[in-house]
Ligand binder design. Structure first.
Ligand SMILES: O=CC(=O)O
Length: 327
């Protein structure tokens, strides 16, 4: 690349709570001329014309029509992670901008986290930890028991790449696996993990001891789990959400947890994120919340950065884009 001008790529910022990690920025700077949002805003007319790609790290920078109008040479948005519900694909396509994401890289970690949440909530890990470190409480009250995961029934809603990896892990726990997919049934995968397909989501909800949500957020899955669905679940069942907060009607969930319609919930995702500090979900003992950390491991984030770089380079060279998101 010596002597050649590096292509300009817009990022939100470097470091801080939401920025591109500093070591990632070093890697990117060897390949691109990075322009932060702050720099771009200070010199919109000049830099706007230079920017050819956006490296969108966890939904930042926010892309709207105003931004697109000011970037006439934008070719590609490389978005981290699998979910693309933060992007308006029609709008981007109307500006001739391609989009990529990093779907396969995140699936193993996200499935691992789903299992961790299932085990933590069933065996009451957070409560147990608090009990163990508290000087005041009885160490192990006689009625303090959890529920078994091994041998229980797991219902996976959304058997995509992540859902399937959850099923593989659940098989090792000798769980009975049910799954529901809105569109397609995959008999080969089903057979490999010994899962049973439930055409009706209601059948899965009624039978499962654990319901794991692994769907994409789309208009069809928006508040897929509401009051009616929660009421169909067993009073002993636990809901685990590793997809998007908005797949669940959160008010209905709070009510169900308060009234013991279901036993517990373990959520890696909520809306908004983070929840306001006075939100009722934060006050319930039968809830575990993690801060949207499905793919938050060193290895995955490193691979994500490499994958996004490859997509940008391919997009700018007019080559097939790895993990292009098609309309
Ligand atoms: O939420 C994380 C992702 O979309 O990968």
């Amino acid at each position: 690349m010596e002597g050649q001008e590096l292509p300009c790529v817009l990022i939100d910022c470097i470091g801080g709570k939401h920025g591109v990690y500093e070591d990632h920025a070093e890697f990117l700077k060897e390949r691109f001329c990075l322009i932060t949002m702050k720099e771009y805003l200070e010199n919109k007319n000049f830099l706007g014309k230079k920017i050819r790609a956006i490296y969108m790290w966890y939904h930042r920078p926010v892309i709207n029509e105003e931004l697109l109008q000011s970037l006439p040479n934008l070719k590609i948005v490389a978005s981290s992670g699998v979910g693309i519900d933060h992007l308006d694909l029609n709008l981007l396509s109307s500006y001739g901008v391609k989009v990529s994401n990093t779907p396969f890289i995140v699936s193993t970690d996200t499935a691992d986290l789903g299992m961790a949440l299932m085990l933590a909530s069933s065996r009451r890990l957070v409560e147990g930890h608090q009990m163990a470190i508290s000087p005041d409480t009885e160490y192990f009250p006689a009625n303090w028991l959890g529920a078994e995961v091994s041998g229980a029934t797991l219902g996976i809603i959304g058997m995509g790449t992540i859902g399937y990896k959850v099923a593989e892990r659940a098989k090792a726990f000798e769980m009975k696996i049910l799954y529901h997919n809105r569109k397609q049934r995959n008999k080969e995968e089903e057979h490999a993990v010994g899962a049973t397909y439930c055409k009706k989501i209601d059948d899965l909800l009624q039978q499962a001891d654990f319901v794991m949500l692994a769907v994409n957020l789309t208009p069809q899955t928006h508040k897929l789990i509401g009051k009616r669905e929660l009421q169909l679940m067993k009073p002993t069942a636990i809901l685990i959400n590793i997809s998007r907060g908005l797949v669940v009607d959160q008010d209905a969930l709070v009510e169900a947890l308060q009234n013991k319609v279901i036993k517990a919930a373990a959520l890696d995702v909520t809306y908004p994120e983070p929840l306001p500090r006075d939100h009722p979900l934060l006050k319930l003992k039968n809830v575990i919340i993690t801060p949207h950390i499905g793919s938050a491991t060193m290895k995955t984030r490193h691979l994500m950065k490499e994958n996004m770089t490859e997509s940008i380079q391919a997009g700018l060279a007019g080559l097939p884009i790895p993990n292009e998101v098609l309309l």
